[in-house]
Design a protein around this ligand. Structure first.
Ligand code: ZN
Length: 248
């Protein structure tokens, strides 16, 4: 018997309701739009939850916060139409700013208890050399919210949600932006869709920055597919929820 037989890697293709938690408006799509588009086309319902207001990344510094927020949402909805996202939610914490980790976790717990996803996507909080606190906090709070969803003594940000929650099963968590993937998703059939989503994020990238991002994604998607039977991949760390604590 091996550890894999006790805690097998959950099958993301079995997911029916997927909550994708991201620090900024574009992270889910840059990290995982290829596989998420496939899953939506296979019939899964996708929900996106964005932790911050993302205002620091807007290229045009002359825009008011209101206009910048509208531009970000316009881009995000355009990308969501390509992926097939069913619903979007926002926490609105200040991008790269001061906010409380436990408030963030409470908000994630609330959405998990309301939406009852069977799979959660989030950035890998343990990515080596990740310098952006929003990514670390979002990834960790998502992992904790997955682990603690059933423990209603651990409060969400809405007591009514906690008292109404009757429990549900989360099959696994898929961490994107990871250096320790255990699954390379074949995204050959949705590569063009993925790049289409990335190109929607015009408010956050000037033309040169966008071309650099597309080039990097192009190279990376082929690099991670080396040795596989397909041409382009997305690296993911897919974990059983019980594998999120003390490594056994
Ligand atoms: Zn980000």
């Amino acid at each position: 018997m091996t550890i894999e037989t006790i805690l097998p890697m959950p099958d993301i293709f079995s997911a029916k309701r997927i909550l994708c938690i991201q620090p900024h408006y574009d992270d889910n799509d840059i990290g995982a739009a290829g596989i998420l588009t496939q899953l939506a086309r296979n019939g899964a319902e996708l929900f996106y939850l964005t932790a911050t207001d993302d205002l620091m990344g807007v290229v045009d510094a002359t825009l008011s916060n209101e206009d910048a927020a509208a531009a970000l949402k316009r881009d995000q909805f355009a990308a969501a139409r390509i992926v097939g996202v069913k619903e979007q939610y926002w926490c609105g914490y200040p991008d790269a700013g001061e906010y409380n980790y436990f408030d963030l976790r409470r908000d994630f717990l609330k959405h998990i208890r309301i939406l009852k996803p069977d799979f959660v996507f989030a950035p890998d909080a343990w990515l080596t050399y990740e310098g952006h606190r929003d990514h670390i906090q979002t990834g960790l709070a998502a992992a904790e919210a997955v682990m603690f969803a059933g423990l209603t003594k651990i409060a969400s940000s809405d007591p009514k949600v906690d008292s109404a929650y009757e429990g549900h099963s989360i099959h696994g968590i898929a961490l994107y932006f990871t250096r320790e993937p255990n699954f390379i998703a074949d995204i050959s059939s949705t590569w063009e869709d993925k790049i289409g989503t990335v190109r929607c994020y015009e408010a956050q990238f000037d033309p040169e920055g966008m071309e650099q991002l597309v080039f990097a994604l192009d190279m990376k998607s082929q690099q991670v597919a080396q040795g596989q039977s397909f041409a382009r991949g997305e690296p993911l760390k897919v974990l059983h929820t019980s594998a999120l604590h003390v490594g056994i």
